[in-house]
Design a protein around this ligand. Structure first.
Ligand SMILES: [Zn+2]
Ligand SMILES: [Zn+2]
Length: 323
């Protein structure tokens, strides 16, 4: 089975590739996500920043289990909760205080509750079995690979197999999550970064060069800039183009301000490439007031465009894992 990395608002863990994001709430301070396999819920995770004032994990789990047992009793069911389940080897998640517990609902549910000594987050991840399926091994792999804060100054964002590590200063501003077109927009100060992955590349590029595709797909964005220049190159071992566009000259701007007013006097840089391995097109674009700002190149080096288990930073590791 192929595994992908899932990552959202600083929380990340590995998941089987067909478990995908189906619900998001909240933000970096507190929030939750749900992943399903197309039929049933597979993972639910929630997190909260505590600014250091959280009870210990045992107390958290006590309280949680108590609530759960009461609920079950009201529904006339008896809930058998197993505490301190040994699913992970001793010494796992070394900077976190944690406990794994489980119970049986439709199928078995494994839970990891943790509190992080590094960042102060507390959280709970639940992994659900389908019917009588033995989910322990899966749950162990999900929990064992969990991280809840930036590593080496970068936060892992991973949805639908798209994985990018973005500098921690960048905040998520916008997201569009369709499997055919994923778009994450970040901002740090007055720098804006958009990471986009488009599917069905073979169809998108039928009878068209990458440059032509970019001009069409980014038509709206490009209206705020002078005509872009392109340079053929390669990114992460794939054919690609570098894009640069200066801000539109003042006299060419519309008389009435557009919604994209922010983009004025900004320089656009982009790296676009075709990952044939995954039949996708990647476009990383940045806008900045500084003409020489090349941080787009750095973002590219932190993309994993065609690896299954992509735990290593950098985008050029060759680890196709189909086992
Ligand atoms: Zn942490
Ligand atoms: Zn690739």
């Amino acid at each position: 089975m192929k595994w992908n990395l899932f990552g959202w608002q600083g929380l990340s863990f590995p998941v089987p590739e067909d478990w995908n994001l189906s619900k998001i709430t909240g933000d970096a301070r507190s929030g939750s996500v749900r992943l399903d396999d197309g039929e049933i819920v597979r993972v639910e995770a929630e997190w909260r920043d505590t600014e250091g004032r959280a009870p210990g994990v045992t107390a958290l789990v006590d309280r949680y289990v108590e609530g759960l047992t009461k609920k079950a009793a009201k529904a006339g069911r008896r809930l058998e909760v197993r505490r301190r389940v040994r699913l992970l080897p001793e010494g796992s998640l070394p900077d976190k205080e944690w406990e794994i517990f489980s119970w049986r609902a439709e199928g078995r549910v494994y839970n990891l509750a943790w509190r992080c000594r590094t960042c102060g987050r507390i959280g709970l991840v639940r992994v659900f079995a389908r019917g009588s399926e033995d989910i322990g091994r899966y749950a162990g792999q999900v929990f064992g690979g969990l991280e809840d804060h930036p590593v080496d100054g970068r936060q892992l964002w991973g949805v639908y197999g798209m994985v990018v590590r973005v500098s921690e200063g960048f905040r998520l501003e916008e997201h569009n999550l369709r499997t055919g077109h994923i778009r994450l927009v970040f901002r740090e100060g007055n720098r804006e970064l958009a990471v986009e992955r488009v599917g069905l590349a073979d169809i998108m590029l039928r009878g068209r060069t990458l440059k032509e595709w970019f001009l069409g797909f980014f038509d709206k964005v490009l209206r705020d800039f002078e005509a872009p220049s392109f340079e053929g190159t390669s990114f992460l071992g794939h054919p690609g183009v570098r894009v640069f566009a200066p801000p539109k000259k003042l006299w060419k701007r519309p008389l009435f301000p557009t919604l994209n007013r922010v983009r004025r006097s900004r320089f656009l840089r982009g790296c676009v490439w075709h990952c044939a391995d995954m039949n996708t097109i990647w476009a990383i674009t940045t806008t900045s007031r500084d003409q020489e700002d090349l941080f787009v190149e750095e973002v590219v080096q932190n993309v994993s465009c065609h690896q299954g288990q992509a735990h290593q930073p950098g985008g050029d590791a060759q680890v196709p894992s189909d086992s």
